[in-house]
Ligand binder design. Structure first.
Ligand code: ZN
Length: 507
């Protein structure tokens, strides 16, 4: 694919690539902070992060970008090509957003969040919300200032301006319109399961395995999924994530609890799903341009959920993976059958920690956070009231008490990072994944049989071609229609959950 021969378009691409190169230094600093940085480095790291963020912001908001964009927008050849037109459209969107924030606010936000993360780590360890509260107060105040700079859309609310960073075009009211009915049907399913005549055994959920053995198994699964370990890494952190540094460098982290080997595996597969998306984007040619960037966090999450839930919790996956796991975790699984491990992977049980939640209750955890952060941004929920409100609503939604803040409102890293408006994208990801999965199985009728033989390449290639190759050429809602033929709906996810869980629970 050759780009239109416009000097302005070429200069725009070069500028975007260089800005992304600078920003990727910040990504590397962030990755290091979570993996190997000693605690004593926190204050200096905050200065480094603030400086890189300010420099990247300067470049992204340079007047020159406005001139280049204007020149491209009036160049018929550039705008006649669907791919370069999408690049210009999305670069315009980013420029307009970036120029709405003063540089001083960007630097203050970065510095505050870096320190807030350190406070959160300590608060979580000690289960002491009071230690984190003043920092959350600061992060939320700065978040509101950012949202005010972006401005609420007509007829919308301040929270929409935050959500729009992660899921462009989506509004809080639309999210609520999807979440409302989903909550009803999910809650009904979860309560039918609670009263079910039989349950899969959960003995395997507490099988202990040394971290080194778990890592060996995780790496074998990564290789089968097609994650390129020569262009990526797998390390351990308190909270698993995927950080894309640049072309040829996509880093995953996971955590190995010693009281279960399944949960860390699903965490690894989840992050690897994100990593495959990053590795599948056309970065060699387009790094830094929207054409090599992911569409939205919801679409990103659809890729991780696809591998974690639709692959990792399937009977076919375990038909292949059990013998591999037996070798890596020997002699732990010598007596275990595929049925037993498939059942254990699909146990539904309300629990406290979002990242450990099963596929059915997971979305209830998201609805809780969405409601709370929406109210914190609006100012109708005071920070000091967060733990109490969290615990009360958690009990309402999931039917169990929260024993302490470590297993309550301190469990997630997001708010300390200033990631407000981010949580709903997890559930949107589940919905996109389910809808794509139905289409994938229609397109590839032999997929499931192949998975039982460890053949995951057809799935990876389908995703590479239908989703990854486009970068941000389409909006999330358009991609959903282009790829699956219909607009986003909650029905495929509910069909998937009911279809899988009904036989396991004898419903
Ligand atoms: Zn994810």
């Amino acid at each position: 694919m050759t780009a239109p021969a416009s000097p302005s378009y070429a200069a725009l691409r070069k500028h975007l690539r260089e800005t992304a190169t600078l920003a990727s230094v910040g990504s590397l600093l962030a990755w290091d902070q979570e993996t190997y940085m000693p605690a004593g480095g926190a204050a200096h790291r905050a200065e480094q992060q603030a400086m890189v963020a300010a420099l990247a912001h300067q470049r992204a908001t340079d007047r020159k970008v406005a001139d280049l964009l204007a020149a491209c927008e009036s160049d018929g050849a550039v705008m006649a090509d669907a791919r370069s037109a999408a690049n210009v459209r999305e670069a315009r969107r980013e420029y307009d957003r970036a120029t709405k924030l003063p540089e001083s606010l960007v630097a203050e936000f970065s510095r505050t969040c870096s320190l807030a993360q350190e406070a959160w780590k300590e608060a979580r360890q000690r289960s002491d919300f009071g230690h984190f509260a003043p920092w959350l107060e600061k992060v939320m105040a700065l978040t509101r200032r950012k949202a005010e700079c972006y401005g609420a859309p007509p007829g919308g609310e301040l929270y929409d301006a935050m959500l729009d960073q992660y899921e462009p075009g989506m509004r809080a009211a639309q999210v609520e319109a999807i979440f409302g009915p989903l909550r009803k049907r999910l809650a009904a399913l979860v309560s039918r399961i609670a009263a079910a005549p039989r349950r899969p055994g959960d003995r395997l959920l507490s099988l202990k395995a040394p971290a080194a053995q778990q890592q060996a198994f995780g790496e074998a699964v990564l290789a089968a999924m097609g994650f390129d370990l020569k262009a990526g890494r797998l390390d351990t952190t308190a909270h698993p994530f995927c950080e894309s540094i640049g072309p040829g460098d996509t880093r995953l982290t996971t955590r190995y609890t010693t009281d279960s080997f399944l949960e860390p595996l699903f965490g690894t597969m989840h992050e690897a799903g994100h990593g495959l998306y990053e590795q599948g984007l056309p970065k060699a040619e387009h790094f830094g341009e929207p054409l090599a960037d992911s569409i939205s966090l919801g679409v990103h999450e659809s890729q991780s959920r696809m591998w974690e839930n639709f692959v990792g919790r399937s009977r076919e996956f375990w038909t292949w993976a059990l013998p591999v796991a037996r070798r890596c975790l020997s002699p732990l699984l010598d007596q275990v059958t595929v049925d037993e491990i498939y059942g254990a992977a699909n146990v539904v049980e309300p629990s406290h920690i979002r990242v450990e939640a099963d596929e059915a209750t997971y979305n209830l955890h998201i609805m809780l956070r969405f409601g709370l952060e929406r109210e914190m941004v609006a100012g109708s929920l005071a920070i000091k009231d967060l733990p109490g409100e969290w615990n009360r609503r958690f009990k309402d939604l999931l039917g169990i008490d929260v024993p302490d803040d470590r297993r309550g409102c301190l469990q997630d890293v997001h708010w300390s990072f200033g990631l407000v408006g981010y949580f709903p994208t997890y559930t949107l990801g589940n919905l996109y994944a389910a809808q794509m999965w139905e289409k994938i199985n229609a397109d590839l009728p032999g997929l499931r049989a192949g998975m039982a033989r460890g053949e995951f390449a057809p799935l990876k290639h389908w995703l590479n071609e239908k989703v990854h190759a486009h970068g941000r050429r389409y909006k999330a809602s358009e991609l959903c229609e282009v790829v699956t033929g219909s607009p986003l709906s909650a029905d495929p996810l509910l069909r998937h959950l009911e279809g899988k869980l009904a036989p396991l629970y004898g419903l």
